[in-house]
Design a protein around this ligand. Sequence first.
Ligand SMILES: *Cc1c(COP(=O)(O)O)cnc(C)c1O
Length: 359
Amino acid sequence: MSYRLYIPGPITVSEETLRAMTQPMIGHRSKDFVALYQSIQPGLQRLMETADPVYLSTSSSWGIMEGALRNTVAKKVLCCMNGAFSDKWLDVAQRCGIAAHGLRFDWGKPVDPETVRTELATGQYDAITFIHSETSTGTLSPLESIMAVVREFPEVISIVDTVSSFSTLPIAKDANGMDVLITGSQKALALPPGLSLLSVSERARQRAASHPGRGYYFDFLEFHANHEKGMTPSTPAISLIYALQHKLVQIDNEGIANRYARHLRLNEKIRLWGRARGFSLFPEEEYGARGLNCFSNTLNVDLEAVNKSLKTRFQCVIDGGYGKLKGKTFRISNMGDETDETIGALIGALDTVFGELGA
Ligand SMILES: *Cc1c(COP(=O)(O)O)cnc(C)c1O
């Protein structure tokens, strides 16, 4: 049975994208691969607003999130925590044996730049991690203000997770001086899982060069040396790269500005629907994510019953809350290929199902 995924990742992959993946296999050291690899660089650099290379990693995003720590932290990393994914980053650093401190904000609150400044000013840190769009709570942190603070500390390498915001709204890597920008295939790019993308500044590469213990699979220097030849360090998920190539052409055809406008419009459409039904947004309104909405389950609806009904009668699912917010919040994605039509259909289905459950 196939059903449409309105969960915040993985999301629905279009037939067209799936077809792009069925192209014949090529050798990863062949000219054909080099052409494929090089063909996607300009599109990725445009989306990241960067002149730095964009490396492709055959892993989920956590692979390069861990890798980024192992490449850049010599002293201590400050991990900004405001939800399940950002909280996990502290745990990951510690498991790698890296000195780390967690800067905690309440779930649903954005990362506060002033608090970041106070902590970085202690001089203990040479790296910082934060999540642009904390997917577990649907909270967008003010990337530009945080980066303005980080830039005051030239020894601090910034590692920014844009997994659920990338390609839903402008993210200017170079203008903001972001060092390591990380994203994954299965969120707003609407590709199957398995590929992650990272763009690394020269500064961060220099840090890596003087830093032992980078390992092999996620070594920035390996990525870079192979990038120069139009390749990846090891055999990549070539089918996913075909899908990415197809997706970038689609994005170009739609126009990046039109894409951002579409995500804003659909995001607001769902937000208005939720409000009208009596649900409040889980994060503070002005910090709501752009690729999804996370609502508090203020009406105490049985979310498992909602999804069961959505799935069997309307062939779609939403998310019933992540981690400690399970049952207390629900999340709806508007990432990827969603249109006014598909979001309209979802809202119709939600009205029916919530109505029947007395909400
Ligand atoms: C989904 C997500 C991740 C985890 O990505 P994986 O691809 O499962 O490793 C990390 N950070 C954020 C913000 C996410 O939304």
